[in-house]
Ligand binder design. Structure first.
Ligand SMILES: [Zn+2]
Length: 258
């Protein structure tokens, strides 16, 4: 069985000095491909270095996270854009809107998000979207004008069945399912049952959102099978089927995974 982790911040300091071991353990668990999203102008260099060191297993995504705008997001965007072309980027991300942790800056987040959607169109890359209490706002944006052509994933999907259906009406979107699917107070079972697995990708969001029963510990890509097993149990399907459909969906959205 093979799995793909479409979202793991392996550049995080919680992995310092342990990346090699973490990646070996991921291979032992069948997690053969991992997308590593940057969050700001500084960690993107670490993301590039890490992915260049493990080119068969790790793929870089670059972008400015809504929680990392700093004092001058425009300058950060310029720095990122200067680095964006031709270094093996697989996606633009992590980008998005966050009305939970960063409600005060939402008005600033919107133009930064939209500018990076423009990059995605220009470079013909999919996007990794952080949507914290902003799913409707993001779906509205992606239903509008030229942004309807943006392909991407609603990472760490936290929405209702209605929001899932609305997202699925946009053919260019998929949802990212991870630790939230295993939490008692996380994604509802009715959402897990309603997922279209041909348009669902798995992810850990390492080092965050560690699946049950390891909640509280550092998350890592080798926990991806726990998410798959939870989906299999709730949906009454074979875990092999979950692995193969979600991996196929990931390869479809991120063709550069090979
Ligand atoms: Zn993330």
């Amino acid at each position: 069985m093979q799995w793909i982790d479409t979202h793991a911040h392996l550049q995080d300091k919680q992995f310092a000095g342990e990346v090699e071991e973490v990646l070996s353990q991921a291979i032992r668990e069948g997690v053969t491909k991992i997308i590593v999203p940057a969050c700001n102008e500084l960690d993107m260099l670490e993301v590039y270095d890490l992915c260049a060191t493990y080119p068969e297993q790790c793929y870089p995504a670059i972008g400015l996270h809504p929680g990392e705008l700093g004092e001058n997001p425009q300058r950060q965007l310029e720095v990122i854009l200067r680095l964006v072309d031709g270094r093996g980027e697989i996606a633009i991300g992590e980008i998005g809107l966050d009305a939970y942790h960063y409600a005060d800056s939402l008005a600033w987040q919107i133009p930064v998000f939209e500018q990076q959607l423009e990059w995605a169109l220009y470079y013909d890359l999919p996007v990794l979207i952080h949507a914290r209490e902003t799913i409707d706002l993001i779906l509205e944006t992606l239903e509008r004008g030229k942004f309807r052509a943006v392909r991407g994933v609603l990472h760490a999907f936290e929405g209702s069945v209605e929001q899932l259906h609305r997202a699925m009406r946009n053919d260019n979107l998929m949802v990212g399912i991870g630790g939230l699917a295993t939490f008692k107070n996380g994604l509802k079972e009715e959402v897990l049952q309603a997922l279209d697995l041909t348009r669902s990708v798995l992810e850990t969001d390492s080092p965050y959102l560690t699946p049950t029963p390891y909640r509280g510990k550092r998350n890592a890509p080798y926990y991806i099978p726990l998410v798959g097993e939870r989906l299999a149990a709730v949906r009454g399907e074979a875990v092999e089927r979950i692995a193969s459909l979600t991996s196929e969906a990931a390869r479809q959205l991120f063709p550069r995974l090979g």
